[in-house]
Design a binder for this molecule. Structure first.
Ligand code: PLP
Length: 351
């Protein structure tokens, strides 16, 4: 039976007997061995997908949120708050519902992408639109947490990082050791910071030998870390990583440098091509941001930068059903045909 993430890794997390465990049985996601694209098979490189879309609210954010909301409750918060239009809000709303406290989501007016907010709304979060940009929304959330009994659950909350580091623990359990490379998309960079923290803790405890080289991938139109400066107007189809000034910038740099890894940019075209490949060849439907990991690894493979026989893990961060809009735009529905068997067979390509 699945166990709460906090119970599974209690000895490695900042919790005590007094911490109430708010859980939706997150984590324990499958590590799916991929058939692999031809450039991987040619070099005997085995790819594994950590399919985080199978978490309770369909993204890895739940790993951090179980801890952030549990600690918020322990510390007496009566509400949690986030500035986010995406998966952080959905996860915060679900865990707050479970805890019986309020979730407040503050958004810049006009930025509301209703599709992405559907979960947040139905879980019953209080959504407040403010007249201002995203930075203004975050500033207000920060101030709310100073003046009211409200806990901030954006990824600058250190408990989010603590919960998310468990991805590394699960990967090592499933592989029986560390992979050679671990690739993932980078937005606010909390997740690459968390992955690296998890691997480093295992290495320090002597549970693994050499930790993996961390490969972080940003979208070309939203690649502040690659360019070395904040991006004023980030743009990419991969909305979950459309971030111009990452909160955990320093953590990402440390993960890159200490692991001997890299943070690079991939184009939207490469992201969508990897996204299609994962769904149509591997049977894994992910949100576009997730596919940045494979897009980047395909580049590394093509350039011969991944040694023969390597084991490479990709974190597929969120489920494809999060973003049906991209699917609708990218894959057209064909026009109707007459209701007879031959017309249908012809249209289906069976003739
Ligand atoms: C949050 C998120 C990311 C980016 O993670 P960071 O910690 O912000 O770098 C990537 N993909 C999905 C699906 C996400 O929800």
């Amino acid at each position: 039976m699945r166990r709460p993430l906090i119970e599974r890794y209690r000895h490695r997390l900042p919790v005590s007997e007094k911490t109430p465990v708010i859980t939706l049985l997150e984590g324990s996601t499958p590590l799916v061995p991929l058939k692999g694209p031809p450039e991987a098979r040619a070099r005997d490189v085995q790819l594994f997908a950590k399919y985080e879309g199978l978490n309770p609210t369909a993204s890895f954010k739940d790993r951090g949120m179980t801890l952030a909301v549990s600690k918020a409750l322990e510390e007496g918060a009566q509400a949690v708050a986030a500035a986010s239009t995406g998966n952080t809000s959905a996860s915060a709303a679900a865990y707050a519902a479970r805890a019986g406290i309020k979730a407040v989501v503050v958004l810049p007016a006009g930025y509301v992408a209703l599709g992405k907010l559907a979960q947040t709304l139905v879980h019953g979060a209080r959504i407040v639109q403010v007249e201002g940009n995203f930075d203004a929304a975050l500033a207000i959330v920060r101030e709310l947490t100073e003046r009211y009994p409200v806990a901030l659950v954006n990824s600058i909350n250190p408990y989010r990082i603590e919960g998310q580091k468990t991805i590394a623990f699960e990967v090592v359990e499933d592989l029986g050791g560390a992979p050679d490379f671990h690739a993932l998309p980078v937005g606010n960079a909390g997740n690459i910071t968390a992955h690296w923290k998890g691997y480093r803790e295992l290495a320090e405890a002597g549970a693994i030998g050499r930790p993996p080289r961390m490969l972080g991938f940003q979208a070309e139109g939203a690649a502040p870390i690659v360019k070395g400066a904040p991006v004023e107007k980030p743009e990419t189809v991969a909305t979950a990583i459309r971030i111009g000034n990452p909160a955990s910038w320093e953590g990402a740099i440390r993960a890159r440098d200490e692991s001997g890894g890299a943070i690079e940019a991939v184009t939207d075209e490469e992201i969508l091509s990897a996204w299609r490949y994962l769904a149509s060849e591997e049977g894994l439907f992910v949100e576009p941001a997730s596919a940045a990991s494979l897009a980047g690894v395909r580049r590394w493979l093509a350039a011969g930068r991944i040694p023969e026989g390597s084991r490479v893990v990709l974190t597929l961060t969120g489920h494809g059903l999060k973003d049906p809009g991209t699917a609708e735009r990218e894959v057209r529905l064909p026009p109707p045909v007459p209701a007879d068997v031959e017309a249908v067979a012809a249209a289906a390509g069976l003739l």
